[in-house]
Design a protein. Structure first.
Length: 238
């Protein structure tokens, strides 16, 4: 009888729908967090979309694939665009199947007396706190401890859309080579959402354009090719 591959052997490997990647009966007294692309059925966790199985400490598993359509998951950090404002909620486009909502009190120290005011079209860096199938995702502008951290309104700058795979590459650790090479020569701010949106800001508009172009060109390039591409772009502004 052929032995099933262990979960450790499947991490960073390509998986397809139907693959069983976790046997929960053998993981008693452990709390496992499941991200996108995985589904629990009784004591087994199976794959529902093709991609690479990923793991982050201490206990989160998900399937990573490059796609334009974003499927919200709890604890994802995303860039959202305000599309409507009501008394209790801001309604935000996060590139998901449905519009998300951001409660007006979901801010550090949020009270009815200090409700933030956002215009339609405002760009926000937010965290997904609820993402149940068939329901509108709920967002927050605080971290898990209730602090604002880096969340909130993103002013000025330039926002563009990419695949979700490129967004995850930009957020990978250690720092991906394209951002590392750009950071050696240029000063800029960047916010990356797991929903495939990237915001770039700098003092010089030419820097914003260069950084944005470098990122958009980097997805299909190897590490060496990314370094060569960045060097060529930097030479044009010298």
């Amino acid at each position: 009888m052929e032995a099933k591959p262990s979960t450790a052997n499947l991490v960073d490997k390509i998986v397809v729908p139907g693959d069983v990647v976790l046997d929960l009966s053998s993981m008693t007294n452990q709390t496992i967090k499941l991200g996108g692309g995985l589904r629990q059925e009784c004591d087994s966790v199976s794959v529902i979309k093709a991609g690479q199985l990923r793991f982050s400490k201490p206990n989160k598993y998900w399937v990573e694939s490059s796609q334009k359509r974003y499927v919200p998951c709890v604890e994802d950090t995303v860039l959202g665009i305000v599309v409507d404002c009501k008394a209790d909620n801001f309604f935000v486009d996060i590139r998901g199947p449905t519009i998300a909502f951001l409660p007006v009190l979901a801010f550090e120290g949020g009270t009815r007396r200090n409700i933030p005011k956002f215009e339609i079209g405002s760009l926000l860096y937010v965290r997904v706190v609820k993402a149940n199938p068939g329901m509108n995702p709920e967002l927050s502008c605080t971290d898990a401890s209730g602090k604002a951290a880096e969340f909130g309104l993103l002013k000025d700058g330039f926002m563009f859309e990419t695949s979700t795979g490129l967004s995850r590459m930009l957020l990978s650790s250690p720092t991906c080579s394209v951002l590392e090479e750009l950071g050696k020569q240029l000063s800029f701010e960047i916010a990356v959402g797991l929903n495939g949106r990237v915001w770039v800001n700098a003092e010089s508009p030419s820097t914003v354009v260069l950084v944005s172009n470098a990122i958009m060109n980097s997805e299909s390039l190897s590490v060496v090719q990314q370094k060569i591409m960045v060097d060529k772009l930097l030479q044009r502004i010298k």
